[in-house]
Design a protein around this ligand. Structure first.
Ligand code: ADP
Length: 258
């Protein structure tokens, strides 16, 4: 085969790549719409069920009924927010405002915000953070969303009296952050799928706790948009450890001030 494809050959190849990319994007879009419609249907069907029962005099519009309606509508609202975020991330349209940030401060802020919820469930949160970590080149809002999603999952799946440990360390030109819990763990056969959108290990329980199956997908997309990696290790009955990496910033404040 000739090495030199010539202009026409190159053009054809480029065109084929583009057509293939477009087809993939179209397929992704179709799947996303079908999956979303499926997920939105459940809370909407429940809300309609309540309203029809009230309209037909089968159910009193009392405090309990209104609370149930409120919970279904809240779940719908959360799902819509998450879908919007995921759509932006999947289309590569997420606008990242990356700046040199102190990730230790970000971790401590997220932990403080989650402590009240953890205390209610008698779960303690401890930190094991490396000292003097360099600044990271991140969008602080997006990375705190990643931390928030991982921490919320750890709280939801840790057993009462359990412990969650958030650790950080420097690995080459990245910082690794991990969130480990002493919870129920994830079966090995589910591990390859948990970052897929709408995937839940325990379908009925996730539905009861309002889990959308999007938290980890969003976390993965956000970490990857930063050029990092997200991973999980888990053992049933022992717990799970999620870790992700973010790049270190080139900006060194000490160098600048000297
Ligand atoms: P959800 O919003 O339903 O929690 P996620 O995408 O965050 O969705 O998680 C997907 C599934 O992975 C969850 O339904 C749950 O079964 C499992 N999972 C996530 N984090 C943990 C954890 N720390 N321990 C056990 N299972 C977990």
């Amino acid at each position: 085969m000739s090495k030199d494809k010539g202009e026409i050959g190159l053009l054809t190849e480029t065109f084929n790549f583009m057509a293939c990319d477009l087809e993939k994007a179209e397929q992704l879009r179709r799947n996303m719409i079908a999956d979303s419609a499926h997920e939105l249907r459940t809370p909407v069907t429940n809300i309609l069920g309540y309203l029809e029962a009230i309209r037909d005099g089968m159910l009193k519009p009392d405090r309990t009924t209104i609370q149930s309606l409120y919970e279904e509508a809240s779940q719908l609202s959360k799902l819509i927010d998450e879908l919007q975020e995921l759509t932006l991330a999947e289309a590569g349209e997420l606008v990242l405002v990356r700046q040199p940030q102190d990730i230790t401060r970000l971790i401590n802020q997220t932990v403080e915000a989650a402590k009240a919820q953890a205390t209610v469930q008698r779960i303690s949160i401890t930190t094991d953070l490396a000292e003097n970590l360099p600044l990271c080149n991140i969008d602080s809002q997006q990375i705190s969303q990643v931390l928030h999603n991982l921490l919320n999952n750890a709280i939801a799946h840790a057993n009462k009296g359990g412990v969650i440990t958030i650790a950080s360390r420097k690995c080459g030109d990245e910082v690794e952050v991990s969130v480990a819990d002493t919870g129920e763990g994830i079966p090995a056969e589910d591990l390859p799928n948990i970052f897929e959108r709408f995937y839940r290990v325990d379908k009925s329980r996730a539905r009861a706790t309002g889990g959308s199956g999007l938290g980890l997908t969003i976390a993965k997309r956000l970490v990857e948009a930063h050029g990092g990696k997200i991973e999980v290790q888990s053992e049933v009955g022992k717990g799970s450890r999620f870790s992700f990496t973010v790049p270190i910033s080139d900006f060194d404040p000490q160098e600048r001030s000297s």
